[in-house]
Design a protein around this ligand. Structure first.
Ligand SMILES: [Zn+2]
Length: 261
């Protein structure tokens, strides 16, 4: 199952989810005033915040095959994400801390095992609490590509889910669950991360100087699977986030099954 999970793009590895309970138990007790059990998923305070306040996030120029320029580009996006999400955390009364992130161009060993085992654009690993972002040869060849922007916004979404208690709650709820239940939770997690990414992208879109084509192209290239949801669901939640401009529109845990299929 680990391979199947790792094969998907921008995946939250269920390997990490399954192993996270021990890590969570040994982690220092952080103040996370969120409801217990399913309440952490359905009534999380992060849904009660407003739209993203920081609406400017210019993209830095990148040079073909210049990894350093790509790292600076991503660092700047990370600064934007920290500002936007930091304010949401404050509004929710939740403790905020910046995520750890590693940019890589080749396979590495993470706290969640070797990555990528197959193609994956990025992972968030609960064990080492780190976003691992792959800068691919394809992306390095095209400094105008938009995929990396969405990848880091999506993986940041998983980091948010971890900080606000959503991932730990799913870990507990699925500890003894069968495959169908695990997959159903995985889809709600992944589609929420897509929605979070859409919300952030939508909030800063006007400052990017990009054409509608870049957004449409992103939607066109989405491919669904059992862990991430059908393509139709992915597009729905990306758009829902985009128009919602904040996390309040991204409660996938109370959504009808048909929307998280
Ligand atoms: Zn994901």
């Amino acid at each position: 199952m680990a391979v199947a999970v790792a094969a998907a793009a921008t995946v939250l590895s269920l390997t990490s989810t399954a192993g996270a309970s021990s890590a969570a138990a040994s982690a220092p007790a952080a103040a996370r005033p969120v409801p217990k059990g399913t309440g952490a998923l359905t009534k999380n305070p992060i849904y009660k915040t407003g739209e993203f306040d920081f609406t400017e996030c210019k993209e830095l120029d990148r040079q073909p095959d210049d990894v350093d320029s790509y790292k600076l580009y991503l660092d700047h996006l990370l600064d934007c994400l920290n500002l936007s999400w930091g304010e949401e955390f404050r509004q929710a009364g939740l403790t905020f801390a910046k995520p750890k992130v590693r940019y890589i161009t080749h396979s590495v060993r993470t706290g969640c095992g070797k990555y990528p085992a197959n193609y994956a654009a990025g992972i968030y690993c609960e064990i080492d609490e780190t976003m691992w972002i792959m800068i691919s040869k394809y992306q390095l060849a095209d400094p105008s590509e938009f995929e990396l922007f969405q990848v880091i916004a999506h993986e940041y979404g998983h980091f948010v889910q971890d900080r606000v208690g959503i991932l730990p709650a799913v870990d507990r709820l699925t500890r003894h669950a069968g495959k169908a239940t695990m997959y159903a939770y995985s889809r709600r997690i992944e589609l929420q991360a897509e929605c979070f990414s859409g919300a952030f992208i939508g909030s800063v879109w006007h400052s990017l100087g990009r054409d509608q084509f870049d957004w449409d192209d992103l939607l066109d290239y989405k491919v669904g699977d059992a862990l991430h949801g059908k393509r139709k669901s992915i597009v729905y939640w990306l758009k829902r986030g985009w128009y919602g401009n904040g996390p309040k529109s991204c409660n996938t845990f109370t959504a009808a099954r048909s929307l998280v299929a």
